[in-house]
Design a protein around this ligand. Sequence first.
Ligand SMILES: O=C(O)c1[nH]c(=O)[nH]c(=O)c1I
Length: 308
Amino acid sequence: KNLKTQLAHVAFDGPLLNASGIHCQTADELADLAATANLGGIVTKSATLLPRQGNENPRYYDLAYGSINSMGLPNLGYPFYLDYVQKEEAKPTILSVAGLSADDVIEVLRDVQNSDYQGLTELNLSCPNVIGKPQTAYDFVATRKVLERIFEFFTKPIGVKLPPYFDLVHFDQIAAVLNDFPLTHVNTVNSVGNGLVVDIEKEQVVTKAKGGFGGLGGAMILPTALANVRALRQRLNDNIAIIGTGGVTTGADVFAHILCGADMVSVGTQVIKEGLGVYDRLTQELQDIMDEKGYTSLADFRGKLQEL
Ligand SMILES: O=C(O)c1[nH]c(=O)[nH]c(=O)c1I
C-alpha cells in the first residue's frame, strides 16, 4: 500500500504526524517520536525567542470525548529546536515557531533563514492560551502584515497553523490573505480556543490559568476540523498543501481528513490517551479501509468528498 505523501520538497513515508505540542517539547520526547513506527514526520513544540515555563498546573485535563489544555506555550526556546531539527535524521521534521509579538517571530525566523536547516517551518498563528495574547489568525489584517514582513527575507519552505473558523465569510477572508503568499502549507485546525470544562462534583473549573478557559481537542472537535480542512481546500491555491489536524481517534477519521482534502494528518489528544502505539493502529485501520474500497494510494481519494 502506498501511503507516501509529499509536502513541498519533502517526501514522507506516511501521512501521519504528531500535533505540535504533543510529546515534542523535550529531547527525550523528540527521540521517542524519531523511534515511532508509522509516524511519517515530527512536528516540534512551538518555539519562542526565549524559553518559557508556560502556565501554572493543572493545565491539561483529559475527557471521555477529548481534552482541554491551557499549557501557555511552555518550550525550551527556539535555539534548542533549531539545533534539533538540523540533526534529526530518522524522519522529516517541521519546526514550529510562535511569538508573543510579530517582532519576536521575525527575529526567530531570521535565524532559521540564516541557518543550515533545510526542512519545513510552520508559523503558529493560533495559540489560544498565552494570557493576554490573541490568536493572531483571527485578525486578518495582522496576519497579512506579519506574512508581508516574513516574505521580505524568508525564502525557505514555511506554512502556518490556523485556529478553527466558524463562518464561511471568515474562510473566504483568511484564504484571501494566505493565497497572496508562497506558503508551502496550512495546518488546520489548532485547538478550539477558550472552551470551559466544569467539574460539578467540586463545582470548579479543571485548569488553572485564565479562569479555566482552554483549548479543546480530541473527538469532540472532529466535525469542526473536517469543515476547516474542506473549506480551506476549496479556497486555497492548489500549491498550498493542507495538514489536517483535530479530532482523529480512528483510521476512519484519518480517511475523512484526507477525503476532505488533507495531504497529511496530525494526531494530538489521542496520542496522550493511547500512547505512541496509536500510529500503528491508525495506519492499520486506514489501510483496511483503503483495501475495502480498492484504493492503492492516498491520491485515489484525496479531496474527493462528494456533496449530495
Ligand atoms: O497552550 C499551548 O502551549 C498551546 N495549546 C494549544 O492548544 N495550541 C497551541 O498552539 C499552543 I502554543
